[in-house]
Design a protein around this ligand. Sequence first.
Ligand SMILES: *[C@@H]1O[C@H](CO)[C@@H](O)[C@H](O)[C@H]1NC(C)=O
Ligand SMILES: *[C@@H]1O[C@H](CO)[C@@H](O)[C@H](O)[C@H]1NC(C)=O
Ligand SMILES: *[C@@H]1O[C@H](CO)[C@@H](O)[C@H](O)[C@H]1NC(C)=O
Ligand SMILES: *[C@@H]1O[C@H](CO)[C@@H](O)[C@H](O)[C@H]1NC(C)=O
Length: 230
Amino acid sequence: MIFKAFVVASLACASFAAPATDSADAPRCNVSSAIIETVGSTLPAPEYTPSFVGLGVGTQNYTCAASGTYTNVGALAEIFDISCLYGQPGFDDLTSVISLLWNAAPPVVTPSEIIAFGEKYDLSFVLGEHYFVVNPVTGSGLNPKWDFTSHAFAGNPDAYVVGSKVDDVPAVTGASDIDWLYLKNLTGSLANEIYRIETRGGQPPASCTPGSNNITVKYTSLYWFTGGEF
Ligand SMILES: *[C@@H]1O[C@H](CO)[C@@H](O)[C@H](O)[C@H]1NC(C)=O
Ligand SMILES: *[C@@H]1O[C@H](CO)[C@@H](O)[C@H](O)[C@H]1NC(C)=O
Ligand SMILES: *[C@@H]1O[C@H](CO)[C@@H](O)[C@H](O)[C@H]1NC(C)=O
Ligand SMILES: *[C@@H]1O[C@H](CO)[C@@H](O)[C@H](O)[C@H]1NC(C)=O
């Protein structure tokens, strides 16, 4: 029931004012003159024009370090196309509203299930997925990847970007929201820059018992992508 409400709300949001198009037409609305709103943070201004804006819904994953604090070990999120909502009333509240629904969903609703839902129904407002991969350049450590090869640009193997973090600042909205980030492309031709802003949730508890299980913490965020070849 709640999951259905969540999906319907996402669908209503993402398809608002959007013409029905096939999934190859991404983004559904042109955001090239959009302003990436980072006021209140020290994140740098973009060097390229915006190409995509996505709503990320997923989890941040943590493991308990020997020091008794959580360390981030990746994330998994579905990225919804919200380009047609840019400039509309409510755009600024999207991550808050969806965060309320996401947090209210029962534990059986996982990011994998949301992704599977997108696969099953071939939702044209899904851009793709966000997850972590071994650094493709150095072969060690994990880097974030945004992968649009199974949705927005299905069949195009270059429609992804692996990012390398340049800047990381506390969320303007407070300590319970994960940091705002600015990344540049490491590999892939989807984008030259990636912003994670307007985050909600995703922060782990302040302490943990070493040896305890890994945890996942729900979050939502805006992801802006600039430049790229798509
Ligand atoms: C988006 O709008 C810009 C500015 O009007 C234009 O240069 C660009 O070609 C448009 N992109 C697409 C994919 O239509
Ligand atoms: C993160 O957690 C999700 C469950 O929410 C899981 O499916 C995914 O594999 C995890 N990824 C990493 C890198 O730990
Ligand atoms: C990022 O993409 C640009 C092309 O748009 C390329 O010149 C640059 O080398 C790429 N950066 C990295 C780290 O690969
Ligand atoms: C927790 O995550 C780390 C990093 O992904 C992994 O190496 C470790 O095996 C996981 N621990 C448990 C208890 O699942």
